[in-house]
Design a protein around this ligand. Structure first.
Ligand SMILES: Cc1cc2nc3c(=O)[nH]c(=O)nc-3n(C[C@H](O)[C@H](O)[C@H](O)COP(=O)(O)OP(=O)(O)OC[C@H]3O[C@@H](n4cnc5c(N)ncnc54)[C@H](O)[C@@H]3O)c2cc1C
Length: 290
């Protein structure tokens, strides 16, 4: 472990790091750049008995206004990507958009759906992020993880038990270091134009001009959360500064200095109203940290 160190910041406001631009302070905040620094930080916090969470771009996370009484370890500075025999290997801090761009530059198709999802590879694998008919489990080959005993393990797609917006990572406290993804050989121009088309569709249909966590709720079986919310007349409903987007009812946006509590109260209000009116219980897709 000699020669490895990290800067430990204290009492850091998390809101600027979170795409919802809400939430309180972290007791500790660290940004490791390498696998060794990440492991060092994890061992350090485990040794001192401090609670920790590894995060990516915080585009699917909400920390409470009271803050996080432990260490937030941001993996966003863990960068690096390589391509070999049609397989793209990315460090957990790379963005899903740069993963798609690298695949495109190497004429690999199958990654286009990632383009425009504002998360990291780590958060993407954790959530099995997906869009427009694709999801990461379709292209995931294997990953290097740190398990709860802080050992490094390699797990394949089959071992990761991917489901809709979930993977084994959530249930076993696995931390992703890097992952390999495989697509098919394709035509660079066609890949680029599909990526541009999907991005244009996002801009047209999603309220990207406001902070949010993307879709606030998981898609219920044989329905769409946004459609149910709209059907219940909830578009534009607000609690404090949080609002159900007029542009896309599936999004809860930070319209006007919303607190995390505003967002959580609005999530509950929407879920309860939709349940009363349709019998469908919407489950949050946003991960609310306690
Ligand atoms: C405008 C907008 C549009 C969106 N569109 C989509 C979409 O089309 N499809 C979609 O699926 N999602 C979408 N999202 C949600 C979000 O971008 C995804 O869920 C993304 O995968 C989250 O990645 P992240 O890096 O931000 O993860 P974070 O929000 O930082 O974390 C999410 C979870 O992953 C864990 N995690 C992160 N990195 C690691 C790691 N290295 N090791 C272990 N655990 C880790 C965190 O602890 C947390 O539990 C959207 C969000 C926004 C704001």
């Amino acid at each position: 472990m000699s020669g490895i160190s990290f800067t430990l910041s204290e009492n850091i406001n998390l809101a600027p790091y979170c795409s919802m631009k809400a939430g309180g302070n972290a007791k500790y905040f660290v940004e490791p750049k390498t696998e060794a620094e990440l492991l060092y930080a994890l061992k350090y916090f485990k040794a001192i008995g401090e609670r920790y969470i590894v995060v990516g771009k915080c585009s699917n996370l909400l920390f409470p206004d009271s803050g996080f009484d432990g260490a937030v370890i941001s993996a966003c500075s863990m960068k690096g990507m390589s391509v070999e025999n049609g397989i793209v290997t990315a460090m957990c801090g790379e963005t899903l958009s740069s993963l798609a761009t690298t695949a495109c530059e190497n004429s690999i198709t199958g990654f286009e759906f990632c383009y425009g999802i504002p998360g990291s590879v780590g958060g993407g694998v954790y959530m099995n992020a997906g869009a427009y008919g694709g999801e990461l489990s379709n292209i995931f080959v294997s990953g290097r993880f740190i398990n709860e005993s802080l050992e490094i393990v390699t797990l394949t797609k089959e071992e990761l038990d991917f489901g809709y917006r979930k993977s084994r990572m959530a249930f076993e406290g696995l931390i992703l270091i890097s992952a390999s993804f495989k697509g098919e050989e394709g035509n660079k121009d066609e890949i680029r134009s599909l990526m541009d088309e999907l991005m244009a569709k996002r801009k047209r249909t999603q309220p990207l001009e406001y902070p949010s966590c993307g879709s606030a709720f998981k898609r219920p079986v044989s329905n769409f959360a946004g459609a149910l919310i709209e059907q219940c007349g909830l578009k534009g409903t607000s609690v404090g500064g949080a609002e159900v987007s007029e542009k896309h009812a599936g999004f809860i946006i930070n319209k006007n200095n919303a607190t995390a509590t505003d967002v959580i109260n609005l999530l509950n209000l929407v879920s309860d109203t939709v349940f009363e009116k349709t019998g469908v219980r919407l489950e949050p897709e946003i991960r609310i940290i306690e």
